[in-house]
Design a protein around this ligand. Structure first.
Ligand code: ADP
Ligand code: ZN
Ligand code: ZN
Length: 794
């Protein structure tokens, strides 16, 4: 740290640092110390921020994640920081057209870069360095970003437009010498409209730093033409100004509904659990009114001047909850997830360290720099998409939220209609508090659920394509009554496999060991892992037979078959293929809500917290895929999915009807779903987990060893397995070939660690994994081997 910067630097600031020969990156000051590092060091070049952008609590959270989930601090930083705050030599800068070409507010250095950009449209940070012929460039770039003159290329790729407004200010020399305006006024004595504008401007500018064009025209009650005249006379100038997308925290738009007796009781229990500083599990059946309870808790926190974080798993589906929260709290709600623009993300970031009060966020919301966090809500806590799978950090947002709540001494509430087995275990063994809401709001009955035995249906020839007669009949009646239905199938596409009926050959991806899925709409075979696609085949490449048929079915096929059997039905489909953009998803949900659609067909996306009034029937087409999936969480997932999707039926006015088609229609999980018996399910599940040493009784760490050469993968995995077994013995399982041995041309081998929950064993095992991975990578020819560590795999 050069002497000249030593005064400016503190922990949590960004600094510009050199890397390698010629590269610069922005880094974060983690710690100030006077120890001599055991390697040669280079000087810090510049300090980018005046005040810390990271609090000590954030750095503590980063440390915990890196340690718990076995990854590097850099990987955590990559996930935690908005890209706007990360700069490197290669960062591409583009000119923000909306800023316009009036650079009068810029200093000399800013001006040179802005001008260079105006000419070349896109430059790198390194190009900017050449323009100024200067070693340190990040501070200037950062100022230009703040002014809104530049955008990062990445932001444009997210197709984000910063919100710009037209503002009005006095032109030179009047901006510096307002006394000259008297003369102007005399000149304008006869131009009534222009005089109005001038007076209106003076009135507005006295009260506020920024005068918007629209606002000025409104106040003066004139048209834009008059203002243009004044601009021509060089009295005013119009300029573009980036503005915050977060409104002020206005009053609630509507009064809150009175609490039901059940909600009042639940709130009392939650408050006393909070007083005991226990994480609290709110187990409330679908439709019990959990959201109203959350709103009440948030309201109290905001009144005290605190901040609340509301985490949701699938942020694309926040439309409904956003509306409900806006009604309760007005426009000041900040929403934070990967689909919002980068600038907007920076604004939410600022709001968290400032005046922001309520943050509705996907898991990355955990990384916001909260000033005064007083409440965390994890809604749908059971949802496995709270776990980040790729890339590292592979963290679970629920568990991280529990840690964060301890850091802030703020209570955390986990809400769900189908608790995860882990949380249920914690709540029934006293580690968490348990609050229940067993009744639906307004005394609505739980839906009536039945299974349909597909074996009998097939034998008695009652199948209509993929629909059993009872389901098809029920759908017909539903449409006749002008009610709506949801059909659920946990698989997208048309048919999962193209198979030769003569020799059994099936179409596989050329990069991965998985079969391709047929998508009829585009008439392609697609890989759901790597995106590879090809045209469908007409003859078997193995035996030449023309008898190639489709096997199984996905959401697209269901849509097709409904058209066949219920030609007048209006159908919408909701899955990863149709819901790419946020806007199309919102439009689809809106159409369904406003009854322009009769049937919504979807994958698990339809199971997540949607609240529709008119859905009478829910159909599940193939439950066996859920109950038979070869994974220790299959039963838990099946129970959750089926209960959640069933909960979409009959929510407001009448009892809903749910039909589940299955070959194994007496599977214990199905029977427990039918009788809405979560406790029975959980007790049985916990017994099995204990017997086979699975979570929550033991901890799992999953290792995936990958390389392009299968021989190296094999040898490296064997090496690592042996090294781990030397210290951990039978706790190490494998290496084995994973279910999909090859993805994107990388061959994989899996190792699974099952560890007792001992406070010494688990950290020791993680340390061993780190050490042995280092040793492995140091072996001749193995430096390109990847070892992917997943702690608490889902
Ligand atoms: P959950 O999230 O537990 O599934 P919701 O919060 O969606 O349940 O509530 C179910 C329904 O009951 C919603 O339509 C909601 O508007 C309504 N509701 C819940 N609490 C109240 C209340 N106190 N007064 C009026 N309506 C309520
Ligand atoms: Zn593939
Ligand atoms: Zn064949």
């Amino acid at each position: 740290m050069p002497e000249s910067l030593a005064q400016l630097v503190q922990t949590g600031l960004r600094v510009e640092v050199p890397f390698g020969k010629n590269k610069h990156y922005s880094g974060i000051v983690e710690r100030l110390h006077r120890e001599t590092p055991p390697y040669p060091v280079k000087p810090v070049l510049a300090v980018l921020d005046q005040i810390s952008i990271l609090s000590p609590k954030q750095l503590q959270l980063w440390d915990w994640i890196a340690d718990y989930y076995c990854c590097t601090l850099g990987e955590v930083m990559q996930a935690a920081m908005p890209s706007h705050l990360k700069l490197s030599s290669e960062t591409r800068l583009v000119f923000n057209e909306e800023y316009g070409d009036n650079f009068s507010a810029l200093d000399a250095e800013e001006y040179l870069i802005a001008e260079g950009l105006l000419l070349r449209k896109e430059i790198t940070v390194d190009d900017a360095r050449l323009i100024l012929n200067k070693k340190t460039i990040f501070p200037v770039v950062q100022r230009l970003l703040n002014h809104g003159v530049l955008l990062l290329r990445e932001e444009l790729q997210e197709r984000f437009r910063p919100k710009m407004v037209s503002a009005v200010r006095l032109a030179a020399p009047y901006n510096e010498q307002p006394e000259l305006l008297r003369e102007v006024m005399e000149q304008l004595a006869k131009k009534e409209r222009q005089l109005e504008i001038l007076m209106a401007y003076l009135a507005l500018s006295k009260r506020q730093p920024l005068v918007l064009k629209q606002e000025l025209l409104q106040k003066a009650d004139v048209t834009e033409a008059s203002l243009k005249t004044l601009v021509k006379k060089e009295i005013f100038e119009i300029y573009a100004k980036p503005v915050s997308r977060l409104g002020g925290f206005e009053d609630a738009i509507s009064d809150l509904d009175a609490l039901s007796a059940q909600q009042t009781r639940a709130l009392e229990e939650i408050r006393s659990a909070f007083a005991e500083k226990k994480p609290t599990l709110l187990f409330g059946v679908t439709g019990s009114g959990k959201t109203r309870v959350y709103i009440e808790l948030i309201r109290e926190v905001i009144q005290r001047g605190g901040q609340a974080l509301y985490l949701l798993p699938e942020i694309a589906l926040t439309g409904q909850i956003t509306q409900r929260l806006q009604k309760a709290f007005g426009g000041g709600l900040a929403v934070y997830h990967s689909k919002i623009g980068t600038n907007e993300r920076v604004e939410v970031w600022k709001a968290a360290s400032g005046e922001g009060k309520l943050f509705l966020a996907a898991r990355s919301g955990l990384f916001l720099p909260f000033r005064n966090l007083q409440l965390l809500i994890v809604d749908e806590e059971h949802d496995s998409s709270f776990k980040q799978y790729d890339p590292a950090p592979r963290y679970h947002a629920r568990d991280t939220a529990v840690y964060l709540s301890q850091l802030h001494q703020a209570p955390v509430l986990l809400g769900t209609a189908t608790p995860s087995i882990e949380s249920w275990y914690n709540a029934t063994t006293g580690k968490y508090a348990l609050v229940e809401m067993p009744e639906r709001f307004g005394g609505m009955e739980m839906p009536e659920i039945d299974t349909i035995d597909l074996k009998t249906q097939l034998k008695t020839r009652q199948m209509h394509g993929i629909f059993a007669a009872p389901l098809l009949d029920t759908l017909k009646e539903t449409l006749a009554r002008k009610e709506q239905a949801i059909l659920f199938q946990n698989r997208r596409g048309f048919a999962p496999m193209l198979e030769c009926q003569v020799c059994g050959w099936n179409a596989m991806c050329k990069n991965c060991d998985v079969s391709l899925t047929y998508h009829k709409g585009v008439n392609k075979l697609r890989c759901h892992y790597c995106g590879y696609q090809q045209d469908p085949l007409t003859a078997c490449p193995a035996c030449g037979s023309g008898k190639i048929g489709l096997k199984g079915f996905g959401t697209e096929k269901i849509e097709d078959e409904i058209k066949l059997f219920l030609p007048e039905a209006r159908i919408g489909r909701m899955d990863l293929d149709t819901a790419g953009a946020k806007s199309t998803l919102a439009a689809l949900l809106n159409d369904f809500e406003e009854r322009r659609l009769d049937i919504l067909v979807g994958t698990q996306m339809v199971t997540k917290g949607l609240d529709f009034d008119n859905v009478a029937v829910v159909g599940v087409l193939g439950a066996d895929q859920l109950t038979k999936f070869p994974d220790f969480r299959a039963g838990e997932r099946a129970f959750q999915l089926l209960t959640q999707v069933a909960g979409r039926a009959g929510r407001k006015h009448k009892r809903g009807r749910v039909l589940i088609q299955a070959f194994d229609h007496k599977h214990p999980v199905l029977l427990e779903v039918l009788s809405n018996d979560f406790r029975g399910f959980a007790t049985r599940e916990l017994r099995e987990r204990r017997q086979f040493n699975y979570p929550p009784f033991q901890r799992l760490i999953h290792l995936s060893v990958r390389h392009k050469d299968p021989k190296i993968t094999h040898a490296a995995a064997a090496f690592l397995g042996k090294a781990l077994r030397r210290r951990l013995g039978d706790r190490v399982l494998g290496p084995v070939l994973p279910q999909i041995p090859r993805i994107r041309n990388y061959f994989a081998q899996d190792i699974l660690l099952k560890l007792e929950k001992s406070v010494t064993l688990i950290p020791a095992a993680k340390q061993l994994i780190r050490e042995q991975t280092e040793v492995l990578l140091g072996q001749q020819g193995w430096s390109q081997v990847q070892v992917v560590v997943d702690v608490d795999p889902m």
